[in-house]
Structure formats: C-alpha cells, structure tokens
Design a protein around this ligand. Structure first.
Ligand SMILES: CC(C)(COP(=O)(O)OP(=O)(O)OC[C@H]1O[C@@H](n2cnc3c(N)ncnc32)[C@H](O)[C@@H]1OP(=O)(O)O)[C@@H](O)C(=O)NCCC(=O)NCCS
Length: 160
C-alpha cells in the first residue's frame, strides 16, 4: 500500500489469530471476539475474507467480509486507537470494496451503531448511504443500528 512505508495489508493467517483477539479485546472489552471466534471466522473462508493491517510489523487493524453473492456484508472494520485518524480505516474499507467487487458483488452492506460518529463519517465519506434503521438494536443502551449500503456497480451509481 502507498499510505506509508510502515503500513502493510495482508490476508489474515492462522498465525494472526492471537494478535487479532488481543486487539479485539482492547477495542471491544464487553463483547470481543475470542481466539475461538477468530478461528471459526477463518475456518469459514472463502465465504468469509479477512484483511489484517500491520503498522511497523504489529497488527494495528483488520476488516472482514461475508461474501453472499450479489450482496457482500462487512463483518468488521477496526483500527487500533493509537493509529486512528491517518487514513487507515479508509484504506481498509477501500480494500474491502475492492475484494467485494472482485467476487462480483453488486452491493456492500453493513450495520453500524447510530452513535458511532467516527464509523458513520468513514462510511458516508466513502459513499455509503443509510437504507434502514433498526430501533434499539444494540443492548444494553437501546442504541439504534443503521443499515448502510454502497452500490458497487458503475451503472447502479444512483440507486443509493
Ligand atoms: C471507525 C474507525 C475504523 C476509523 O478508523 P480511522 O483509521 O481513524 O479512519 P480514517 O483516518 O481513515 O478516517 C476516515 C474518515 O472517518 C471519519 N472519522 C474518523 N474518525 C472520526 C472521528 N473521531 N469523528 C468523526 N469522524 C471521524 C472521517 O470522516 C474521516 O475522513 P477524513 O479523514 O476525510 O476526515 C476507527 O475509529 C475504529 O476502529 N473504531 C472502533 C471500531 C469501530 O467502531 N468500527 C466500525 C464498526 S461498524
């Protein structure tokens, strides 16, 4: 990748599982994916696809997809707090889009908490639009989920 010389992106490997689970625990202490969850996700390839971001040789982010044919779902996107705000989240989403296109998907879909300003800014900036709202979806706290979509086909650029 061209973002910075110390940034690398690769497809997730079994040897990444411990670092992925550790970062997940740091980012989502209440409902982190365990090592077992990551093993199950990687075992579900090629339907699932995970990209790992390394900065200076350390795992600093990841993004994942569920390829379902016409529609690909974004499973997760995350960047370590100390590496945020330098375009890495945008780079990950761009690479996920490229991977979805590569499998022939027409739409990329995701769910995001309505109170997650950083993620909303990231997705809206990359052309995702909100197509529905699931009220009180995230518990506790009863926070709405926004379902967002991006058309990947050039001729469908106006179908939101
Ligand atoms: C969302 C997340 C991946 C963004 O990563 P990042 O590397 O900081 O993102 P980028 O630097 O590429 O920023 C891309 C855009 O996101 C938006 N953004 C990023 N941080 C933001 C913030 N704190 N507040 C508002 N918008 C923000 C901006 O629109 C930004 O575009 P800009 O640089 O042109 O202003 C990161 O904050 C994260 O890992 N959060 C926790 C996990 C999470 O919520 N994942 C999404 C689940 S759906």
């Amino acid at each position: 990748m061209s973002t910075a010389p110390d940034v690398r992106l690769h497809h997730a490997r079994w040897t990444d599982v411990a670092a992925l689970a550790e970062l997940e625990t740091r980012l989502f202490p209440d409902d982190a994916w365990s090592e077992a969850s990551w093993w199950a996700e990687l075992a579900a390839r090629p339907r699932r696809e995970y990209l790992v971001l390394e900065v200076g040789g350390r795992v600093a982010g990841y993004g994942g997809l569920d390829h379902g044919g016409e529609v690909t779902d974004v499973m997760t996107v995350a960047v370590a707090p100390e590496e945020r705000g330098r375009g890495l989240g945008g780079m990950l989403v761009g690479e996920l889009e490229r991977a979805a296109r590569g499998r022939g998907a027409e739409h990329l879909m995701l769910e995001v908490r309505a109170d997650n300003g950083a993620a909303l800014g990231l997705y809206e900036g990359r052309g995702f639009t909100t197509v529905s709202r699931r009220r009180g979806y995230y518990q506790p706290g009863s926070v709405d989920a926004l379902v967002m979509r991006k058309s990947l086909s050039t001729k469908g650029a106006h179908d939101g």
